[in-house]
Design a protein around this ligand. Structure first.
Ligand code: RFL
Ligand code: PHB
Length: 392
């Protein structure tokens, strides 16, 4: 098989890139290791920056997002039994965010791709990228029980954090920067209307909790738990009791309980691989970088990488110039490091330190008080949360 752009991975990054390239008239093929059901059901992100919504509109993939997405004007910070509203439009000159689940974005992109192309192969597991330095790199992959090859002009690794693309980069010249946090998030989905109109980020006495949502009928909640926690050690009542304790405020407020339909544990990690291009192999999204979810940046970064890449290939296609491609890594990494910083700072500000460091606790409260009392500090949070511009 031959194509101009071989895309490894049919997550949000790979699917959106395929859609944008297809609309520019650039030939591509997507190889996805899992089944359609797996990819469409994986519970993950929910908060979209304005730039992400714009990119999905540009791709002609926002019909359901525009009808069903919940536009949010801010978030609430909770600490020491107090509530503080961060008003995004007032602090950022009118910007908002949208709640729309990653599962739904993936379903929308898959449906469009199956209807209009380009080719999308399920259960096609890339095994290796060969000759990335040459003019015709090759992806070897397993599909329908046999090994096959995809000969490409360019290969894009959109295969997430556990994919194979990043490992193809030569060690000499590659650098990774990482930080693990000693706690994880236990995430649940519950069939109950959200108990809030906007997301609540709570620093409780015994740890962090987040109240998010998937729709007006489904709540998504997270609890800080120790690293290595097994979700089976958390029966439903224990989860609700702990959420109740961490969201507790002096004002009149009730957390509504309902049947829990999914539970999972996510480790908290920051990771950046530099550079994001080696010859004709280019990385996008989680394949190159991950952030702890406290800043809600992972999916948004994947989308901004893909926007840059689609623009880059459009110029290459139109003019033959590789100028933008030469800048790809630098352009994306500038934004990636800003999101890495923001996610790290939010994580450190809101999570209980397992070693009970009282100095750190005082600093956390001082940071939160500063945001609650200074328009300038609140604007800095709001500007980062709603999404920094692409620094081109
Ligand atoms: P994905 O989604 O991991 O997709 C990669 C795809 O590649 C496939 N693959 C392969 N295919 C072929 N051959 C191989 N060898 C392959 N190896 C892997 C995989 O099957 C998969 O389909 O990466 P992508 O596209 O870069 O998208 C990134 C996002 O999924 C991720 O950053 C976000 O989910 C992070 N995230 C959040 N981001 C936000 O912007 N806002 C949020 O509110 C938010 N909340 C979250 C999150 C992530 C979470 N978890 C579970 C990590 C909340 C959580 C709990
Ligand atoms: C989510 O809805 O899954 C979500 C929202 C905000 C975050 C992380 C996750 O910071």
């Amino acid at each position: 098989m031959r194509t101009a752009v071989g895309i490894i991975g049919g997550g949000p990054a790979g699917l959106l890139l395929a859609r944008l390239l297809h609309r520019t008239g650039i030939d591509c093929v997507v190889l996805e290791a899992r089944t359609r059901e797996d990819v469409e059901q994986r519970q993950r992100a929910g908060m979209l920056e304005q730039g992400t919504v714009d990119a999905l509109r540009e791709a002609g993939a926002a019909e359901r997002l525009d009808a069903e997405g919940l536009v949010h004007q801010g978030i609430e910070l909770r600490f020491e039994r107090e509530r503080h509203h961060i008003d995004f439009p007032a602090l950022t000159g009118g910007r908002t965010v949208t709640i729309y689940a990653q599962t739904e974005i993936v379903k929308d992109l898959v449906a469009l791709q199956l209807a209009e192309g380009p080719p999308l192969l399920w259960e096609a597991q890339a095994l290796a990228v060969e000759k990335p330095e040459s003019a015709s790199p090759v992806v070897r992959f397993l599909h329908e029980g046999r090994e096959q090859t995809l000969i490409c002009d360019w290969v894009i690794g959109c295969d997430g954090f556990h994919g194979i693309s990043r490992g193809t980069f030569p060690a000499a010249g590659s650098h990774t920067y990482e930080r693990d946090h000693p706690y994880s998030w236990l995430g649940i989905l519950a069939d109950v209307a959200p108990s809030c109109d906007e997301l609540i980020y709570a620093r409780g006495q015994s740890g962090f909790a987040l109240h998010s949502m998937r729709s007006i009928h489904v709540s998504r909640l997270y609890l800080q738990v120790p690293g290595g926690t097994d979700a089976d050690d958390w029966p439903d009542d224990r989860i609700w009791d702990e959420l109740d304790a961490r969201f507790a405020v002096d004002a009149d407020w009730t957390l509504h309980r309902g049947p829990i339909t999914a539970k999972s544990v996510t480790p908290m990690r920051s990771y950046v691989h530099e550079p994001m291009r080696h010859g004709r192999l280019v990385l996008a999204g989680d394949a190159a970088h991950i952030v702890p979810p406290t800043g809600a940046k992972g999916l948004n970064l994947a989308v901004s990488d893909v926007r840059v890449l689609a623009r880059t290939f459009a110029e290459l296609h139109r003019t033959g110039s590789e100028r933008l491609l030469d800048d790809y890594s630098r352009t994306c990494l500038a934004r990636v490091w800003q999101a890495t910083r923001f996610s790290y700072d939010m994580t450190r500000m809101l999570h209980a330190q397992p070693d009970g460091d009282v100095f750190e606790n005082r600093l956390q409260l001082a940071r939160l008080r500063r945001i609650a009392s200074s328009r300038h500090a609140a604007a800095e949070l709001a500007t980062n949360y709603t999404g920094l511009p692409l620094l081109t």
